[in-house]
Design a protein around this ligand. Structure first.
Ligand code: TA6
Length: 298
């Protein structure tokens, strides 16, 4: 049974609503400069193809499309916390937003681009969660020769609140063992596999030789993914002070039922975030926007 969407706004011919994996409702965008699919579950972008180019986002062939499970790949929205919730160990990893059904609130064409907007507000479930605040989140997806994502959060409560956020993007690459990330040179990071103490900054591009799970704080740098066997992908952000880099490598991939054992070579997560000491605090009525743009060569 698909998660029948709430009332839909007027849609341009480039946006069609259909039934995707697991019977979930999906918005299929076919613009002049690019195409994409966005599930209303989690407002989850699962694909983006600049016209004439190969997919830029990676999705696992083993991804689940079932209630209570996040999709594996694309761009999961982590909100209002990142990772485990320190106050409630039973709360879902990376927050409730990627498990919720968002409302498709607007869609329009802007030149060669197509813009689709999604909206999530507090509910009985969220108000009874580990993060009980009144809020509105508006997520804007711009599909074209570039992919643009913008997450705006408004405090609709009577007191201030803090939250973490991440666009946990899985990028499709040739082979993790032959790519490198530039842009983070000189930035200290927390290696989540080696405790929580900051590691000294590295002067070289990031390369991958094992499971890698790094949090870079206080960085606004653009990141470029490149290498002998990978197209170039540039990640440019605004309103974000943290970046997370992740690849599960062999053992962790084998331990995840929604991740194919051999798929670890095909992806790298470059995550645009505000987490830990970069968490956002909003006064009542305030809004914060985190945005990111992806450009891919060939
Ligand atoms: O962003 C990296 C990370 O926090 C890793 O530690 C790993 O848990 C990954 O996210 C995937 O998390 P998920 O809850 O989607 O399985």
């Amino acid at each position: 049974m698909s998660s029948a969407p709430a009332a839909l706004p007027p849609l341009p011919a480039s946006v069609k609503i259909g039934v995707g994996g697991g019977g979930l409702t999906v918005a299929r965008v076919t613009g002049r400069a690019g195409s994409a699919e966005v599930y209303l579950r989690g407002a989850h972008v699962t694909s983006w193809n600049p016209s004439g180019n190969a997919p830029v986002l990676w999705m696992s062939a083993e991804s689940r499309f079932t209630p209570g499970s996040p999709l594996r790949g694309g761009v999961p929205i982590c909100f209002p916390w990142f990772g485990a919730n320190s106050a409630d160990p039973s709360a879902p990893s990376h927050g409730f937003a990627r498990l919720a059904d968002w409302e498709l609130s607007a869609a329009r064409e802007e030149g060669d681009d197509v813009v689709v907007e999604f909206r999530l507000t507090d509910s009985d479930a969220t108000r009874n969660s580990a993060w009980p605040h009144r809020f509105e989140a508006v997520y804007s997806v711009t599909v074209g020769a570039r992919l643009g994502l913008a997450l705006s959060v408004t405090n609709n409560d009577t007191r201030d609140f803090s939250y973490e956020e991440a666009l946990h993007t899985y990028l499709a690459i040739g082979d993790i063992r032959s790519i490198m990330l530039t842009g983070l040179e000189g930035a200290p990071f927390v290696d989540r596999l080696a405790g929580h103490d900051p590691q000294p900054a590295e002067s070289q591009p990031v390369r991958f030789e094992a499971e890698t799970d790094r949090i870079y704080l206080d960085t606004t740098a653009a990141i470029t993914v490149g290498g002998a066997e990978s197209r170039g992908i540039t990640v440019t952000k605004a309103g974000s002070d943290s970046t997370v880099v992740w690849n599960p490598w062999i053992d962790k991939a084998a331990g995840m039922s929604d991740f194919g054992d051999s798929e670890w070579t095909q992806m790298v997560c470059v995550e645009t975030c505000n987490i830990r000491s970069n968490a956002i605090n909003l006064e009542p009525g305030e809004t914060h926007t985190m945005s990111v743009w992806y450009d891919a060569t060939e």
